[in-house]
Design a protein around this ligand. Structure first.
Ligand SMILES: Nc1ncnc2c1ncn2[C@@H]1O[C@H](COP(=O)(O)OP(=O)(O)O)[C@@H](O)[C@H]1O
Ligand SMILES: [Mg+2]
Length: 385
């Protein structure tokens, strides 16, 4: 077990190209599980290869237990990596594949046998040990690849999209197994994925990357509930967060945003600092599960009635789509709530929970510093078309 700290890490592949990694600062405690998530090409594999020592860094430090390892050769780093493509040795049995790394480290025969048995039991591949890779399914091959890494007891495990070649059902199974494995072994782990369910469920910490920059680093809950910007907000969550454009209005000392469904309007109080100019364009962020359907006729101050355009029953939820300010908005309803297309829903929004972003920069806008983040709500005349 070891702590891992990345300090002002830079990586350029040269050729006058922009830096692939730009000032990465991350730090995880011993035994923690860090998820790196971000779109294809944002630099996730580059970062992993730098930690493993397969690529040199251009600047900055990689500290394991406080010691900078960025100049060390890969074999001296005591870090094991599992790649997306699990190249097993085709002529070797599963047993030999798992034992290979231990053999070249000159581990005694008896110790190797013991280690292979331990790993095979952990990954439930004991019955496959004498088979060749070609006689295994994709999922079994991936377990063997993982077994090869786990047969060592390194300070740190690196996983680079280890499940992305597996079919959906196996991915879910392996996800649970990886989590179980980490709970048992408690080895410091960095795990790359572009699957947001893996990102939310596996990690103690999540780093969301874009264009070689960490956009936000926090717990899964912080990333989900308190995103730093529009990119993070839109990247995490399924179905994704709804984004509704609106313009700041000022009325009687209050900041408001008009929401228009085509058949009804409401003025939503905006929890913002007083310095926000009238007319400024914002994006309102609203998770599908935050929209409450109020009983028709009840009167919430920030209710807006809207017509259901599409219904999608997914099994565990029913998704109802409406339009607000011209944007499609998904409402997540209970499975037994199945309003008809064309029906009117009375949507109730909680002004204290909606998120606000600057429409130009995408940065999150928050209540005034020192403020409570709560907005005083005074009754306003409701506008009907
Ligand atoms: N060996 C390399 N030489 C030059 N450019 C590279 C090399 N490896 C990756 N890149 C570039 O670095 C960027 C990040 O790639 P990568 O780290 O593989 O992203 P990700 O794993 O997030 O998909 C991409 O633009 C890619 O083309
Ligand atoms: Mg990659």
């Amino acid at each position: 077990m070891a702590t891992l700290e990345l300090r002002n890490l830079h990586k350029s592949y040269g050729n006058g190209l922009a830096d692939t990694l730009k000032s990465i600062d991350l730090s995880i405690d011993s035994g923690e599980f860090l998820i790196l998530v971000g779109p294809s090409g944002c630099g996730k594999s580059t970062l992993m290869n730098c930690i493993a020592g397969l690529e040199d860094v251009t600047g900055g430090g990689i500290l394991v237990d406080g010691q900078d390892i960025s100049g060390m050769s890969p074999k001296d780093r005591d870090i094991a990596m599992v790649f997306q493509s699990y190249a097993l040795y085709p002529t070797m049995s599963v047993r030999e594949n798992i034992a290979f790394g231990l053999k070249i480290r000159k581990m005694p025969r008896a110790a190797i046998d013991e280690e292979v048995a331990r790993v095979a039991k952990l990954l439930q591949i004991e019955h496959l040990l004498e088979r060749k890779p070609a006689q295994l399914s994709g999922g079994q091959q991936q377990r063997v690849a993982m077994g090869r890494a786990l047969a060592r007891r390194p300070k740190i495990y690196l996983f680079d999209e280890p499940l992305s070649n597996l079919d959906a059902k196996l991915r879910v199974e392996m996800r649970t197994e990886i989590k179980l494995m980490h709970q048992r072994l408690k080895t410091t782990t960095v795990y790359v994925t572009h699957d947001q369910i893996e990102a939310m469920t596996l990690g103690d910490k999540v780093a969301v990357m874009k264009d070689g920059i960490v956009q936000q680093f926090g717990t899964p809950q912080q990333i989900y509930n308190d995103p730093a910007n529009l990119f993070v907000a839109s990247f995490i969550g399924s179905p994704p967060m709804n984004f509704v454009p609106l313009r700041v209005q000022r009325q009687g000392g209050q900041l408001l945003g008009l929401l228009d469904s085509g058949q009804d309007r409401c003025q939503l109080p905006l929890a913002l600092g007083d310095e926000i100019a009238e007319g400024r364009e914002l994006i309102l962020g609203l998770r599908p599960e935050q929209i409450v359907i109020a009983e028709a006729g009840s009167n919430g101050l920030s209710d807006v009635r809207a017509e259901v355009e599409v219904i999608e029953p997914t099994g565990p939820d029913t998704l109802a789509f409406v339009t607000l300010n011209g944007a499609k908005v998904c409402c997540r309803l209970a499975p037994d709530a199945a309003p008809a297309v064309g029906a009117t829903l009375q949507l109730r929004l909680d002004p204290a929970r909606v998120l606000l972003f600057d429409a130009q920069s995408g940065e999150r806008l928050r209540a005034a510093p020192g403020g409570t983040g709560e907005t005083k709500v005074t009754p306003l005349a409701r506008h009907k078309h």
